[in-house]
Write a protein that binds this ligand. Structure first.
Ligand code: GSH
Length: 319
């Protein structure tokens, strides 16, 4: 049985009110078992029970991290964030710990190897949500960023802050537009970003860069019309777009930082001063989106808001 990917269900909708099992779903112990055979069980929303696991450089993880903060779920959903790459996946080691104290693993791949259903060669991607207390104690229960974002927005509503935005409004027309746009964002920004980072083929990289520039032109047009990506309010699509803009800006910042730091090291500066020279070069290089004034304004406004990008993430990404 592969590592599960389950959806969350609001406990208000699924918990039997009378003590009698409901037709649609039955709460058994601490998992909602689906009523009909073959249907997936769903997970009950519960404050403190689950832990989100992410890597700071990953735009897919960033979607889940932003939603968690934006919706006021930081107390209800705990977080383990890896800060480094390693040859065994993303690594939780920092200056003061050798492994994640809660998950008790050193890397994300180690977490996957501990899953009962995981076989070598299967996915080891993050973000994931781990059940810390319930039926699946210690196990990964959710591992697709789009579903995690939507579940936090909809199924976790009962735990939202009072002023949390409505990331996925019920109106079917708005919802259809969101879904169509989100697919376009994956295709024209997330996947080319992956190619730019991981491909060895220069032609492929150039094509991906062109795709991204064309997409940024389109985003600029949307912002002129709406202020946000879909309409006049923040939606799930804004979370997705900002998360990938951060990755694009971070790749550029990393190159500038490294070049300036390496040159400072060559000149004999110590590592602290060389890092300072790297950060200064990033600051002086201006904005990654200077060619798109509305997009630039949108990006900077969100970048300066720690709900959208925390100080720790910002510093790790040299932004
Ligand atoms: N479809 C996944 C994609 C996530 C993804 O590609 N994550 C990358 C990091 S950006 C990852 O974990 N790669 C390492 C691996 O697969 O071992 C999602 O949306 O959650």
């Amino acid at each position: 049985m592969p590592v599960p990917h389950l959806r969350f269900a609001p406990s208000s909708e699924t918990t039997p009110q009378t003590g009698e099992p409901q037709a649609e779903g039955v709460q058994h112990d601490d998992i909602f078992l689906a009523a009909h055979e073959g249907a997936e069980p769903t997970l009950p929303v519960q404050a403190g029970r689950y832990r989100l696991v992410t890597y700071v450089g990953c735009p897919w993880c960033r979607r889940a991290e932003i939603a968690r903060r934006l919706l006021g779920l930081t107390e209800a959903l705990e977080l383990s964030r890896a800060y480094k790459g390693s040859d065994d996946g993303f690594c939780f080691e920092t200056h003061d710990q050798a492994f994640d104290q809660d998950l008790r693993v050193r890397t994300t791949r180690e977490l996957y190897r501990r899953q009962p259903g995981w076989e070598p060669g299967e996915s080891t991607s993050v973000p994931v949500i781990v059940d810390q207390q319930g039926h699946f104690r210690g196990q990964i229960v959710s591992r697709q960023s789009g579903d995690i974002l939507e579940d936090l927005a909809n199924a976790w509503k009962e735990l939202h802050a009072a002023d949390a935005p409505d990331l996925y409004p019920q109106d079917p027309e708005v919802r259809a537009e969101i879904d169509k746009f989100d697919e376009w964002v994956d295709e024209n920004l997330y996947h080319p970003n992956g190619t730019m980072l991981h491909s060895d083929d220069q032609e492929e990289i150039t094509a991906a860069q062109t795709k991204v520039v064309t997409a940024l032109n389109q985003l600029e047009g949307r912002l002129v019309a709406n202020g946000w990506m879909i309409d006049s309010q923040v939606r799930g699509s804004d979370v997705r777009v900002f998360a990938i803009l951060v990755s694009l800006a971070a790749s550029r910042a990393k190159q500038i930082f490294k070049a300036a730091r390496d040159s400072a090291l060559e000149k004999g500066l110590n590592s602290e001063d060389a890092a300072r020279a790297g950060s200064l070069a990033v600051r002086e290089s201006g904005s990654a989106f200077a060619d798109w004034p509305h997009l630039d304004g949108y990006f900077k406004r969100l970048l300066d808001n720690p709900v959208w990008l925390s100080a720790e993430e910002r510093s790790a990404l040299h932004l």
